[in-house]
Design a protein around this ligand. Structure first.
Ligand SMILES: Nc1nc2c(c(=O)[nH]1)N[C@H]1C(S)=C(S)[C@@H](COP(=O)(O)OP(=O)(O)OC[C@H]3O[C@@H](n4cnc5c(=O)[nH]c(N)nc54)[C@H](O)[C@@H]3O)O[C@H]1N2
Ligand SMILES: Nc1nc2c(c(=O)[nH]1)N[C@H]1C(S)=C(S)[C@@H](COP(=O)(O)OP(=O)(O)OC[C@H]3O[C@@H](n4cnc5c(=O)[nH]c(N)nc54)[C@H](O)[C@@H]3O)O[C@H]1N2
Ligand code: SF4
Ligand SMILES: [Mo]
Length: 699
């Protein structure tokens, strides 16, 4: 019997890549603990992370490459060697490029972020403009909203120096455990918290002011706060005069959003709106923490976040200590490795529908409408999909996407698990977890960490970047001329390459199990705008966006952060669908589609929980624990009703990604924000009825 050894490595079960101590015995992972000597963890770990052994040794892990043996979508496979798998990929992708052009192949990455730069470079080397990721529904719309106001420097709140923190839709204790520690520190120092959230979440319990709005009415609330701040002369005139474009039109527009009117739209009492505006503008410096998803998961999401982001400049909290500012970081991170994407060549998918996505320098295509592009062969035929971690349940109406995947000539998915989306593939490649590979991590604030390999890869699984590199070699591709030749040089060279700009060597980093700071860091700076113009067409902060205005005639976009209420869209009969449907607000034990297969985590919610307010329950004849059918204009699912008083009546909350009833079947595939293409996951419509039928219905 061998000793139990402790290996310094990372958990990446959900992506933030927390540093952990892995306990390994006889070559097997037996348990994990949060690393004790890192600033983030101090021994702590979330429920998902604790369940690591159920993730790594899950019975659904894919153990070796497999090719389709039955009809498309039938789910029959036969084992093949890696050599055959690579040969097949090279042959098919080169054939398809020859027959239809490089753009007919889409390269796709799911939530996992770490191999994206390499996959982007593979797409570049192959010649396709169609590299896209899960960011077609996550973060990029918020980034787009930010860039339309401030240009390229996306700034987070400076928690160390802020006196007030405004959390705009972020439930840190469930969704961002590493950040929740910094939040607790801020509270302990006596910081004031304003939380904008339709539910009394665990994070909202810590707030001094909780603005409990109706989901999707964020824009009206922000514009109303602006109205108060301007009316009461609390805004930063000097900053606005010197650095803001479009202020007069904005000032005129916000006049109509009095707290009285905003109360009618948002449901937030007018006194609270005034108090929040006065606190944010008056008790500075104030930081704003925004989130990757809830606000932009609405059909008016980008404009709503533009209204929220404008408050930062209005109150002089942009790039000052304690406000929103860029954090010092290394000169380069792994991400820069991939940032060579240009949209000046062939039209990428989504480019016609969502031009601002491309103008505001997102380095990837917009793929929310992927199923339509494949099915309708428009704007041109899509014939192949090289995917890593594709989960069709990310999209609205996922069954429609799954059907469309069967129309492809070649679809390969590299995955950890035999997911439903993998079953639809022509070829499946086994990927490995963070416990089974080495990795260099570039963390927050310029901290680097070397993640050791704790165990041998399960089955024949491989690290995604090595897979990408071998595909690159087999197709005899060349790295684009503007890049160093790296994809062809192996994984060690890749790790050294991404580390190089930090001034650290791989050997140095490996010798420091507790991690270390990069040597070349951006010096901390404030008020960068005094020396450098904003990267917007006007060179100023744009309350009225000139990029959006470019598409006034063609797409109907407006330059001001206008408020259009999603409830007034007219296309849905509210008599038939009286409740607002909010899908996917995070739960601590779930992560999109991927963790339902782990019994320690999924036993709490074996079938979908339909969270309904007791008042709505009484009105619609639904009791706590009843089996119910949820119907929307696009589909229906069944689940268990659970009374929940965290939110106000009128809104139903369901988590997504569950194959036993996926909330995304309820969301219309065309129900998207016309600017970003993000689906309206958090503001659609439904009805809930008690049913005796216990079969889980999808579609
Ligand atoms: N209704 C509704 N829908 C939503 C949302 C919502 O709030 N409501 N949220 C949206 C948002 S914000 C996001 S980010 C998306 C997320 O959507 P997805 O990215 O589709 O999320 P996951 O379920 O994590 O699926 C990713 C897949 O990658 C696999 N995987 C994990 N690690 C690796 C790895 O290292 N290599 C490889 N090759 N595969 C790996 C996992 O097993 C999993 O099957 O969902 C979106 N969809
Ligand atoms: N455990 C767990 N953690 C996760 C994930 C996960 O699936 N599970 N997913 C990760 C991903 S991909 C993302 S993008 C992040 C998201 O991170 P967060 O944005 O923090 O997560 P959510 O819980 O979706 O939303 C935060 C809060 O927004 C509120 N909210 C819902 N609709 C609205 C709205 O219309 N307006 C406002 N103002 N608030 C609203 C919800 O009630 C919730 O309390 O979480 C990440 N972390
Ligand atoms: S938050 Fe939890 S699941 Fe996510 S990486 Fe950290 S420990 Fe793992
Ligand atoms: Mo996300």
């Amino acid at each position: 019997m061998s000793e139990t050894k402790i290996v310094k490595t990372t958990c990446s079960t959900c992506g933030p890549c927390c540093e952990v101590d892995a306990y390994v015995k006889d070559g097997k992972l037996i348990s994990v603990e949060g690393s004790r000597n890192t600033p983030m963890q101090s021994g702590g770990l979330c429920a998902k992370g604790v369940a690591a052994t159920q993730y790594v040794y899950n019975k659904e892990r894919i153990l070796y490459p497999m090719k389709r043996a039955g009809k498309k979508g039938e789910g029959k496979f036969e084992r093949i060697s890696w050599d055959e798998a690579y040969a097949m990929i090279a042959e098919e992708l080169l054939r398809i490029r020859g027959e239809y052009g490089a753009r007919s192949t889409v390269f796709y990455a799911g939530y996992a972020k770490w191999y994206r730069p390499a996959l982007l470079r593979l797409a570049n080397a192959y010649g396709s403009p169609n590299f896209c990721t899960e960011s077609s529904t996550c973060f990029q719309a918020a980034a787009l909203a930010w860039r339309s106001v401030y240009g390229n420097r996306i700034c987070g709140p400076d928690l160390k120096n802020a006196k007030t923190l405004m959390l705009w839709s972020s439930n840190l204790y469930h969704s961002n455990i590493p950040m929740s520690k910094a939040f607790q520190g801020f509270k302990k120092r006596g910081g004031k918290v304003i939380d904008v959230d339709p539910r009394r979440s665990v994070t909202a319990h810590d707030a001094d002011i909780h603005l409990q709005l109706i989901p999707g009415t964020d824009g009206a609330l922000a514009l109303s706060m602006a109205q108060v701040i301007i009316e009461e002369d609390l805004y930063d005139k000097e900053f606005v005069d010197k650095y803001v474009y479009g202020f007069e039109e904005y000032r005129e527009y916000v006049q109509q959003f009095t707290p009285e009117k905003a109360e009618r739209i948002t449901g937030v009492p007018k006194e609270l709106i005034r108090e929040a505006a006065r606190t944010y503008a008056g008790n500075g410096p104030a930081g704003l923490m925004f989130s990757a998803s809830p606000v932009v998961h609405h059909i008016n999401g980008v404009q709503n976040y533009r209204a929220v982001f404008s408050l930062i400049a209005l109150t002089g909290n942009y790039d000052v200590e304690g406000g929103n500012r860029t954090q010092p970081g290394p000169f380069s991170t792994a991400n820069e490795f991939g940032q060579i994407r240009r949209f000046d060549g062939e039209e990428a998918i989504g480019q016609k529908e969502f031009p601002v996505w491309f103008d505001l320098s997102c380095d990837e295509a917009q793929c929310t409408l992927l199923a339509d592009y494949i099915s309708n062969e428009k704007p041109y035929p899509i014939k192949a999909l090289f995917a890593m971690g594709l989960n069709h349940r990310m999209w609205p109406q996922p069954e429609y996407l799954k059907k469309s995947l069967e129309k492809l000539e070649f679809y390969v998915n590299a995955e950890l698990f035999m997911s439903e989306s993998s079953r639809a593939a022509d070829l499946i490649l086994p990927a490995c977890t963070s416990y089974e590979r080495e990795q260099v991590h570039a963390g927050m604030g310029g901290r680097f960490f070397f993640s050791n390999q704790a165990i041998e890869p399960v089955g024949e699984s491989r690290n995604d970047i090595e897979i990408i590199m071998e595909v690159f070699r087999r197709m005899k591709l060349k790295d684009p001329a503007i890049c160093d030749e790296v994809l062809g040089d192996g994984y060690q060279a890749y790790m050294e390459h991404i580390l190089r700009p930090s001034g650290l060597t791989l050997e140095e980093l490996k010798s420091r199990p507790e991690g270390m700071m990069g040597k070349n860091l951006f010096p901390p700076a404030v008020k960068t705008y005094e020396n450098e113009k904003f990267h917007t067409p006007s060179g100023k902060v744009e309350f009225k966006s000139l990029v959006l205005e470019r598409y006034k005639d063609s797409h109907g976009y407006e330059g001001l952060p206008v408020y259009h209420d999603f409830r007034e869209n007219g296309a849905v009969d509210r008599q038939k669908f009286p409740l607002i449907l909010n899908t996917g607000s995070r739960k601590p034990q779930l992560f999109h589609s991927r963790l339902y297969r782990m019994s320690w985590l999924n036993n709490i919610e074996a079938v979908p929980m339909v969270e309904i307010h007791p008042e709505d329950g009484r009105v619609f004849g639904v009791g706590d624990g009843d089996f119910v059918q949820v119907t929307s204009p696009s589909g229906r699912i069944t689940g268990t009703a659970v009374y929940n008083v965290q939110g106000n009546p009128g809104v139903v909350y369901i988590y997504h990604g569950n194959s036993k009833g996926d909330a995304n079947e309820l969301i219309g595939k065309d129900y998207v924000d016309p600017i970003s293409g993000f689906p309206g996951f958090k503001g659609y419509f439904c009805r809930v009825e008690k049913t005796e039928d216990k079969g889980c219905i999808i579609g």
